[in-house]
Design a protein around this ligand. Structure first.
Ligand code: NAD
Ligand code: UDP
Length: 334
């Protein structure tokens, strides 16, 4: 049955894939975005579909809509961009949750919230199960994002307990794929753009820190399964448990691109988590989900997409791409 589904942050990396998936299966999709870290061009082709609407709106401001389902994805996700205006990032996390929960309450709509592995901070438990309460520095440079997401989880569970709202909280671990912003400063987009342009690959720290990378198609499968399940309140970790050091990722990217790029070391950003790997036992048992696309294949598909875009058509979302954390992006453009 066709449903009216709101996707906040629907023009972003994950949101654009989700909107496409929902439009393809026949739902009526309302994409809400303020284009802070995305471009209209990413979802422009969907505007020709009768079951797709675009609403340009900032989710820190209230809005009313008639919808049956909500995916709340609006929030800058790359460190350079969420640290550019940290107060706004916290507002997007907290007020975005309040405003989407208000809509869920008014419509008795089911709501999915895009939470994050960052709620675990720099984890002292490895891999991270959902029961781990985390190790977040509440006053550090990542706190605007991490604590905004933690507060949003609190709001989700309080609306669930107090107002009986049907919530779905997914804790997303590093995800990559086509439609990533080439200047978002995240490690996979940075390394691919650098390798394609023959520039130095900027490894922060000594490259021994780890991340576990999930290909976007697998993640979107999990979003849909979680929302369609009769019961999946969560929080549920959503990610690929195969863990790699950042040095391994750099070498793999150079190899797959066939690039002459050299690896150089840059200072490790403050509070950068040392290791990260999801325990996805809960996702396997409650959703029957686990990722099927491993890094080699996913990276090759992502590189293919990056080869096909003209990076000069993409404006860096904030000046932060060129300084501090994302200095590498400045080189890409030089
Ligand atoms: P993204 O930056 O590509 O997309 C975020 C979208 O939200 C963008 O289109 C942006 O313009 C929009 N947005 C930001 N602030 C807004 C506001 N105030 N009002 C309306 N729209 C706003 O990031 P993404 O990777 O697609 O992430 C989507 C969601 O998933 C985010 O909530 C992020 O925290 C979460 N997440 C992503 C990852 C990942 O690895 N990609 C990991 C953990 C969590
Ligand atoms: N990183 C890196 N070089 C870059 C960008 C990022 O070495 O050009 C590192 C970063 O320090 C972190 C990891 O890659 O240890 C993942 O960074 P990203 O910003 O993609 O995600 P997050 O830190 O939020 O997991």
């Amino acid at each position: 049955m066709t449903q009216r589904i709101l996707v906040t942050g629907g023009a972003g990396f994950l949101g654009s894939h989700l909107c496409q998936r929902l439009v393809d299966r026949g739902d009526h999709v309302i994409c809400l975005d303020n284009f802070f870290t995305s471009r209209k061009e990413t979802i422009e082709h969907l505007l020709d579909c009768p079951n797709f609407e675009l609403v340009v709106h900032d989710i820190t401001k209230p809005i009313e809509m008639n919808v049956e389902m909500i995916f709340n994805l609006a929030c800058p996700a790359a460190p350079g961009h969420y640290q550019h205006d940290p107060i706004k990032t916290m507002k997007t996390g907290v007020l975005g949750a309040i405003h989407t929960l208000g809509m869920a309450r008014a419509n008795r709509a089911r709501i999915f919230h895009a939470s994050t592995s960052e709620v675990y901070g720099d984890p002292s438990v490895h891999p991270q199960p959902e029961t781990y309460r985390g190790n977040v520095n509440p006053i550090g440079p990542r706190a605007c994002y991490d604590e905004g997401k933690r507060a949003a989880e609190t709001l989700m569970f309080d609306y669930h307990r107090v107002h009986g709202i049907d919530i779905r909280v997914g804790r997303i671990f590093n995800t990559y794929g086509p439609h990533m912003h080439p200047f978002d400063g995240r490690v996979i987009s940075n390394f691919i753009v650098q390798a394609l342009q023959g520039k130095d690959i900027t490894v922060f720290g000594d490259g021994s820190q780890t991340r576990s990378f999930c290909f976007v198609d697998d993640l979107i499968d999990a979003f849909v399964l979680m929302m369609d399940a009769d019961e999946a309140t969560g929080p549920i970790n959503l990610g690929n448990p195969n863990e790699f050091t950042i040095s391994e990722l750099a070498s793999k990217t150079i190899e797959l691109v066939g690039s002459e790029s050299k690896i150089i070391l840059k200072p490790l950003p403050e509070d950068d988590p040392i290791q990260r790997q999801p325990d996805i036992t809960l996702a396997k048992t409650t959703l029957g989900w686990e990722p099927s696309i491993q890094l080699h294949e996913g990276l090759a598909r992502t590189i293919e997409w990056f080869r096909g875009i003209d990076v000069d058509e993409w404006e860096p979302p904030t000046p932060n791409w060129a300084g501090g954390l994302t200095a590498s992006a400045a080189q890409n453009r030089a």
